[in-house]
Design a protein around this ligand. Structure first.
Ligand SMILES: O=C(O)CCC(=O)C(=O)O
Ligand SMILES: [Fe+2]
Length: 290
């Protein structure tokens, strides 16, 4: 059990390390195209940038779409337990995850897309330092009528910045469980709530629903959001929603214990021979996974 002093010292060390990283990389960040620079500027200004697979045109997108075409029907047909999906309770209470070992072995492009140079370049410019990927999940959010898991309002806590890139794999309208967020300037502190379980009715009392932003969009919509910066959630869906989520942090995340349980970690060792040096360095705790 870490002592209070131990915790304080490690928080100070983490802060110093973080600041040193920013100074070290200030003049060494990758060059961006004007379009990618715009994404970084929007992220800095709003905490979110919404685009599409077409507009982003990442080189491996055609292969990614091919892979999801094969995987999607499997995830659609998956019962609570099965080959493709990990056990629902073990993974998460509100969604099914594509099996990370199956993905790494048969559809690695799903993981590799999130480690493409252009994606890393954009992220490094936003973070101001090299980043690490802390998780990738293909997921099916279940229309089970319950507001639980990431359908509850929350802010991501793994690090100072937690960018999640989500790709909608089906059209998502107001009934389809869109990503919703409270704009940065209006986002309250957790102290505004009685406890950490924040339902829609709790949020409404603090920020009127009219001020919430809802990210509906067609299949192929890409949401790049720093989920450490504002309250957000997936709206409780009336029909199942299919997405791929990519999550990132700094190389030394503030709360490493929160990064240790992502299901994708089981898939990483199977991609060993496909990864460039930069990609290996951009996977959090890569050496520990081998
Ligand atoms: O379901 C969503 O759109 C949001 C998911 C989320 O907040 C998370 O994965 O932390
Ligand atoms: Fe979140």
């Amino acid at each position: 059990m870490p002592t209070k002093i131990g915790k304080t010292l490690s928080a100070i060390a983490s802060e110093l390390n973080y600041r040193a990283e920013l100074v070290k990389y200030a003049n060494k960040l990758p060059k961006l195209s004007p379009a990618d620079r715009k994404i970084v500027e929007e992220l800095k200004r709003e905490g979110i940038a919404i685009t599409s697979l077409d507009a982003l045109s990442i080189p491996s997108t055609p292969q990614l779409l091919e892979a999801t075409k094969s995987l999607l029907p499997q995830l659609q047909q998956t019962a609570v337990a099965g080959n493709l999906s990990t056990n629902r309770r073990a993974a998460s209470s509100h969604c099914l995850y594509g099996n990370p070992v199956t993905i790494a072995k048969e559809y690695p492009v799903i993981f590799l897309w999130g480690l493409e140079n252009r994606i890393l370049d954009i992220l490094e410019n936003y973070y101001g330092a090299p980043v690490s990927c802390i998780g990738i999940n293909m997921r099916r959010d279940l229309a089970d009528g319950q507001q639980n898991g990431t359908k509850l309002w929350h802010m991501d806590g793994e690090d100072r910045k937690v960018v999640k890139i989500s790709i909608y794999l089906n059209d998502v309208d107001e009934n389809g469980g869109p990503f919703e967020y409270i704009p940065m300037g209006l986002t309250p502190s957790y102290k505004a709530f009685k406890n950490g379980t924040i339902l829609d009715e709790d949020m409404k009392k603090v920020v009127p629903a009219l001020k919430w932003k809802s990210c509906t969009g067609a299949a192929g919509t890409v949401i790049i959001a720093d989920n450490a910066k504002f309250f957000h959630h997936g709206k409780t869906p009336l029909v199942d929603r299919y997405t791929i989520f990519y999550a990132y942090a700094y190389r030394n995340p503030k709360r490493p214990e929160m990064c240790k349980h992502s299901p994708w970690r089981k898939g990483v060792p199977f991609m060993k021979d496909m990864l460039s040096q930069r990609q290996r360095e951009s996977i959090w705790n890569y050496q520990e996974l081998l």
